[in-house]
Design a protein around this ligand. Sequence first.
Ligand code: ZN
Length: 368
Amino acid sequence: MNTGFVNHEIYLWHNTGNYASIMPYGNPVQPGEHVENPETKRRFRNLLEVSGLLSQLRDIEARAATEQEILRFHTQEHLDRVKQLSANEGGDAGFFSPIGRGSYEIAALSAGGVISAVDAVIEQKVNNAYALVRPPGHHALADTAMGFCSFGNAVIAGLHAMEVHGLERIAYVDWDVHHGNGTQSGFWEDPRALTISIHQDRCFPLDSGSLSEIGAGAGEGFNMNIPLPPGSGVGAYEAAFDRVVIPALLAYQPQLIIVPCGFDAGAHDPLGRMQMHSEGYRSLTKKIMAVADSVCDGRLVLCHEGGYNPATVPFFGLAVVEQLSGIKTEVVDPFYEVMVALGGQELQSHQNIAIEEAEALLANLKKR
Ligand code: ZN
């Protein structure tokens, strides 16, 4: 038993086009490179190889999610639109979500890669798993692509775990710097999933991810947003985990934990204003693993989401996979010294207030 790893070269062939960061080119925007390009993911996988860790992970083969599996979350119209764009010249499949020729098949393999990781963990072939998939998924809604995400990979994999493996309680802990609005929407009225998102306050989607979004109907109380002020560092993240995320998980008692894992809360990310570093990500992983050990035999799947600094993301990712596998490599993160020294790494008083407000949400969490 060890840590499973999902990756496929074809994930890197998903073509987001000649955007300039997030903006489509056209006068006065010079054509450039889309910020969600293969480089961060390729370099993450390559650092795993160079460090010697990759060969010690259990390779999990990704398979394409079927239409039926995608339709557990998405509408037929959305699936057809992605398919149609993909079969032609590509285009925007929704809101800030450019796709290229062949992207339908790649997006299906991305969702299917997370399903494969979930299967391997539930079937006890591995202790835990990291799915380095692309395109990401946590912003996609049932009827549209959004924020570089074509299909809701984590939602689709969670619904698979419920429908096929009979799981009744899954918890999501989304630590991407942006709000996990798609995952929230997938289980808005569904108490079978506790969806927690910890993110930079009102970063993306615009005006999304507030404390007041708690789910509805039977799902009321089972969605928790923890919006942290811009500038939050490792101290704020650790406090939010210790005081909100972990108590929520212990109360809910999930049978599986899925972490939509973005690395854009890292210091120096172009799309976020937070200050996490590799040891911070290692620490959060350790905390989640401890809860998983105590409530669900360690069943934990991380699926890759955002993270846009190609130089730093590989070191954040390596720290997480080292922690998951219990294997420490010789690699030293060269960015750590710079990032740990940043002002405000420790919990600040205004961040403490934000966490206190989120702590109040624990009262909504009715034990099932
Ligand atoms: Zn993000």
